[in-house]
Design a binder for this molecule. Structure first.
Ligand SMILES: Nc1ncnc2c1ncn2[C@@H]1O[C@H](COP(=O)(O)OP(=O)(O)OP(=O)(O)O)[C@@H](O)[C@H]1O
Length: 295
């Protein structure tokens, strides 16, 4: 579990960039931090992985303050994926890159080799490829795999899909989704609300170093005040649903609650067939009332 207790943080020791933030992230959660530029989202990630210490308050990992943990102890629990994979890739081949997390802490050996082989198989990597010759999406996947291979309890992702095309983004996020389904806690910063809507179960919206909202993804992404304060646009289906739901004729219908394409398609199909049934009833009623032929 990750806990922030009244955490404030600053880079220069004076100007606070995080102000009195309290939050709890239970094991197995999938949380997206979203909000304005400079709100303090990446700073929050650095506090979780211990790269930054609070100026006041406490960040606790499984009940232990990060200030009482060695960097290696935090790294054992928390894997961190940078926005730019090239900040963490440093080995000449894919295989060595995946092994590096083990060898760097003196844990190389047959077990580590087996984990790496499984990861190469699962991601379909070319083990001997040179990482820097891979395309951007594959480098991001490699950076992610080199974290997952160590099986951390928590994975922190700082804008994991920035600069990726749709297919690359889907590959990375599906790998993250599988990791979460296997029990890992996922905490990510993400500006793309489509990705947030597709994967995160909870959204923490931030502005100017404070949390302005925290709750189930679509509850947060449907609150006009949150959207305004954190400069967020909901995913397109949710936005259409909110627009249609504002029409009194559709308020309270499934259309007004749809957050996914499937939900919206089903809601619209149900409305269309209800309209068709109503029209048929009307025609039948008109037919029944029509005057009989003859004088
Ligand atoms: N290394 C640093 N040194 C000094 N100030 C920093 C540093 N990193 C971030 N800041 C400042 O801290 C504040 C919060 O930055 P942070 O990167 O946490 O915001 P963010 O919400 O992640 O923003 P963005 O969405 O633009 O990445 C900003 O005012 C930023 O300029």
């Amino acid at each position: 579990m990750i806990e922030f207790r009244n955490v404030s943080a600053s880079y220069d020791g004076e100007l606070p960039v995080l102000r009195d933030v309290s939050l709890t992230i239970p094991d197995g959660d999938f949380v997206a931090f979203a909000g304005t530029n400079g709100a303090g989202k990446s700073t929050t990630m650095r506090l979780i992985n211990g790269l930054l210490k609070p100026t006041s308050g406490e960040v606790l990992l499984d009940g232990v303050p990060t200030t009482a943990l060695r960097t290696s102890e935090v790294a054992r629990k928390v894997g961190f994926l940078f926005q730019n994979p090239d900040r963490q890739i440093c080995q000449p081949t894919v295989r060595e890159e995946l092994l590096f997390g083990f060898t760097a802490v003196g844990e190389g050996g047959p077990d580590a080799e087996a984990c790496v082989d499984a990861m190469i198989e699962a991601f379909g990597f070319d083990a001997d490829a040179e990482p820097f010759l891979l395309n951007r999406g594959t480098r991001q996947l490699l950076a992610l795999a080199s974290i997952i291979v160590r099986e951390p309890d928590v994975v922190v992702l700082d804008e994991p899909t920035t600069g990726l095309d749709y297919r690359e983004c889907a590959k990375v996020m599906e790998a993250v989704g599988r990791l979460n389904a296997a029990g890992a806690t996922v905490v990510m910063v993400c500006h793309d609300m489509e990705v947030v809507g597709d994967y995160a179960r909870r959204v923490i919206a931030m502005t100017a170093g404070t949390v302005v909202d925290d709750g189930p993804t679509f509850k947060v992404l449907r609150r006009p005040e949150t959207l305004r304060r954190a400069h967020l646009l909901p995913p397109q289906v949710t936005e259409v649903s909110m627009l249609l739901g504002a029409d009194p004729a559709l308020a309270g219908t499934a259309v007004a609650r749809a957050d996914t394409l499937d939900e919206m398609a089903a809601a619209v199909a149900a409305l269309a067939s209800e309209a068709a049934r109503a029209a048929a009833r009307e025609r039948a009623a008109l037919g029944a009332c029509a005057p009989m032929g003859g004088e």
